[in-house]
Design a protein around this ligand. Structure first.
Ligand code: URA
Length: 471
């Protein structure tokens, strides 16, 4: 038998490979008799292309077809030849070949499959959409990514599933995919310059990343392993990494010294019991007690009280006041509050007619230079504030109590529930309740498409709350 030439499309041409395998198996063509090339290659041996006719289907064990599906995405130009060799051996008496891990062919193909899987994972984790607008004004999210292997078609269904309701484009040097909320359209290879390299949201995301970066936990080798440098230029937060790593030892030392200098705490349980003993008879009396109390968590020393009318239809409960709330003495006036205001306005809920408060009434923070960095209250701290929150809601007596995020859920139920699982209507003691995400969760979502989708779901929740109190 002379040499047989098989020309496939460059990339992960699974359909072409299947047809080629059928034709070759029907002709009993051994692997050494086949020269594989991709559409742009020249056949060095000058062999003739084999006719691809209606050859019968080839049945292969499932683990073999799975391995083919992955390894065919590898950028190795020998992938088709290696995979045909595997098929040939499996069909010629070595049905359980994949169980022989020491076999050099099996070993090589499994390494290739692993590398492809890793590349798909990296694309899912490190692709960042930027917000743009089409000439007709349509909002479009565009991302640039440079995969190592031919994984575009294997990786894209994840984005279709996740961002079904958005209009987006993924651009790569191997081709583009455009989604219009219904269909996925292929586009030609793209250049980095075709994609925007920042949008307005990125500055906010970068400063959030700086604020959550823990200098005492920094491990540059592990960071590079999980987030290879190659992807940094597409990630807004990566611009801050070098400075943060350089400053980490000093900042860690400052943190330790500050901890050591902290005054010993008084007993918060006794403080709560003393307040409860006074049995406040009105929201005003309760607020007077809260305002006069010492914080039950390290940080700001004055309480930020709830705000809104008694008898409001809805009482929103957040986590704790932030920097701006502490400075102005009002809940939800900073970035998270602005996000909440925007969503309330969009669904037609008047912020002035709802009650807004927090599970923890003091701003817990860690000083860093001139800045005060938000620190999440511990479960013990949240529970200390429960007495206040429960009393406050008894006085406000809303139709519906809304937990914004996990800390509020903990404050309202005493249990560490997952917001995503509890999301929706539920009961908080005597009050009908509703659990949803905290608006700052929306601010923290790194890519614009994910953020827009989560915002929409949040707004839908507010719409449902509005209906619940209207009935
Ligand atoms: N986040 C909260 O949970 N509450 C506020 O008041 C502000 C930000």
């Amino acid at each position: 038998m002379g040499m047989i030439r098989m020309a496939l499309h460059d990339g992960a041409d699974l359909d072409g490979f299947r047809t080629a395998v059928r034709t070759l198996v029907a002709q009993h063509a051994p692997p050494d008799a086949v020269v594989w090339s991709t559409a742009n290659d020249n056949d060095l041996f000058g062999a003739q292309a084999a006719p691809v006719g209606e050859a019968p289907a080839v049945s292969l064990p499932r683990d073999v077809t799975e391995l083919i599906g992955l390894a065919i995405c590898h950028s190795d130009p020998e992938r088709f030849a290696l995979l045909y060799r595997l098929v040939w051996r499996v069909l010629n008496g070595e049905r359980h070949l994949l169980e022989v891990q020491s076999d050099p062919l099996v070993h090589r193909l499994q390494l290739m499959a692993r590398s492809v899987r890793r590349d798909i994972h990296k694309m899912h984790a490190f692709l960042r959409f930027r917000e743009t607008h089409d000439p007709d004004g349509t909002e479009r999210f565009v991302a640039w990514f440079e995969p190592e292997h031919h994984i575009l078609d294997a990786a894209v269904p994840f984005f279709v599933e996740r961002f079904r309701g958005m209009v987006w484009s993924i651009l790569t040097p191997q081709g583009a995919r455009h989604w219009d909320r219904e269909t996925l359209v292929e586009g030609p290879p793209a250049h980095k310059a075709d994609a925007p390299d920042s949008d307005a949201f990125e500055a906010a995301w970068k400063s959030y990343y700086e604020s959550i970066f823990n200098p005492a936990r920094v491990n540059p080798a592990a960071m590079r392993q999980h987030m290879p440098k190659k992807y940094w230029r597409n990630l807004p937060e990566a611009a801050a990494i070098s400075d943060l790593v350089r400053e980490a030892p000093n900042r860690a030392r400052e943190m330790i010294e500050r901890e050591a200098a902290m005054p010993t705490k008084r007993d918060p349980k006794k403080a709560v019991a003393a307040m409860a003993d006074q049995e406040p008879k009105s929201l005003r009396a309760l607020n007077a007690l809260i305002a006069a109390s010492e914080p039950l968590t390290p940080g700001a020393d004055h309480a930020v009280l709830g705000e809104g009318p008694i008898g409001a239809d809805i009482a929103f409960v957040g986590e704790q006041p932030g920097d701006q709330e502490d400075l102005e003495g009002k809940p939800f006036v900073g970035p998270a509050g602005q996000m909440l205001d925007r969503a309330l306005e969009e669904v037609g809920i008047d912020r002035k007619r709802v009650y807004v408060t927090n599970a923890v009434k003091h701003f817990k923070y860690e000083p860093r230079g001139k800045r005060r960095i938000h620190k999440k209250p511990s479960p013990g701290e949240v529970k200390r504030y429960r007495w206040w929150l429960t009393k406050e809601l008894e006085f406000v007596h809303p139709k519906l109590v809304v937990a914004l995020g996990g800390t509020a859920l903990l404050g309202l139920t005493g249990k560490p529930l997952s917001v995503m699982r509890a999301r929706g209507p539920l009961q908080f003691g005597a009050f009908p309740g509703y659990a949803t995400v905290h608006p700052s969760y929306l601010l923290r979502i790194p890519d614009a498409a994910g953020k827009a989708e989560a915002y929409k779901a949040f707004r839908d929740d507010l719409g449902r709350m509005k209906k619940l109190v209207a009935t």
